[in-house]
Design a protein around this ligand. Structure first.
Ligand SMILES: Cc1cc2nc3c(=O)[nH]c(=O)nc-3n(C[C@H](O)[C@H](O)[C@H](O)COP(=O)(O)OP(=O)(O)OC[C@H]3O[C@@H](n4cnc5c(N)ncnc54)[C@H](O)[C@@H]3O)c2cc1C
Length: 234
């Protein structure tokens, strides 16, 4: 841990377990990447993938932010899961349940063709598991037009809030008002077939499996939450 990654606000929410960091990154589809450009901060959302102790970002060789990152500008990347809205009996005490990770560092270009191909596979499989086996490999031209960056997970913080409502007692709360958590989950709807698809073609196994996996995770989380609600009922 560094001075920069030490959580000072609600420090009990800091996590240092590497496996928890990996889970937070692996379960997320989007990262927000921050960089200072022309003296001003910018935050941009991006897809990413994790391979071992690094995350990979990919973008166009023509992208300004990618060129800046590639030239060694310091960056910060954050990933967030919003797990629930916490309803306390005052707005001040209300909160959110979340798991989030922040990474600081400097990205380097993945230049070696084999490593670059592998990094692209990692990003693709992270976002659309199973898809690389269903479509053609990237062409040399596509690879040449893509800048792939590696950011080591060296300076990282993880912060998690995962509990019910808490509040300052007797500060004027209306005790007849409900307090609790509204759990939130990412879910997937039925795949929508593109007109590009030849008639009679079934939905790709990768899309079907991923939809089921996301829906299953949401169902499992809901099933876990239900007994807690039932236990409070008279
Ligand atoms: C979905 C979500 C919503 C939030 N909404 C609010 C809000 O509305 N208002 C608010 O004040 N705060 C909110 N937070 C918490 C916010 O992220 C900060 O933790 C908080 O504002 C304290 O910031 P700080 O710089 O004073 O913290 P410090 O503890 O001083 O930060 C020191 C270091 O701790 C680490 N750190 C801090 N926060 C996080 C984090 N969330 N995840 C991983 N590492 C972290 C970073 O490395 C940071 O450099 C939210 C967090 C999430 C995930």
């Amino acid at each position: 841990m560094t001075d920069r990654t030490r959580v000072t606000r609600s420090p009990e929410r800091q996590r240092t377990d590497r496996a928890e960091l990996y889970r937070i990154l692996d379960d997320a589809l989007v990262a927000h990447v921050a960089i200072v450009r022309d003296g001003l901060p910018r935050v941009l959302p991006m897809g990413f993938g994790r391979g071992g102790d690094a995350i990979y970002l990919h973008g166009s060789t023509g992208s300004g932010i990618f060129r800046m990152m590639a030239s060694g500008s310091p960056i910060s990347v954050t990933v967030t899961h919003l797990d629930g809205l916490v309803y306390a009996r005052s707005l001040f005490d209300s909160s959110m349940n979340y798991r989030s990770a922040v990474v600081f560092g400097t990205a380097t270009i993945v230049a070696d063709p084999a490593e670059k191909t592998e990094a692209m596979r990692i990003v693709s499989e992270h976002l659309m598991p199973g898809r690389t086996a269903e479509v053609r490999p990237m062409t040399k031209r596509e690879l040449a037009a893509t800048l792939v960056l590696r950011l080591p997970l060296d300076e990282v913080s993880v912060k998690v809030r995962a509990h019910g409502a808490s509040e300052e007692p007797d500060d004027g709360e209306d005790r007849s008002v409900w307090a609790g958590v509204l759990p939130l989950r990412l879910t997937a709807l039925a795949p929508e077939t593109s007109p590009l698809t030849a008639p009679g073609t079934s939905v790709s196994a990768s899309a079907t499996a991923y939809a089921a996996r996301i829906a299953g995770a949401a169902d499992a989380a809901a099933a876990q939450a239900e007994p807690a609600v039932a236990a409070r009922m008279p």
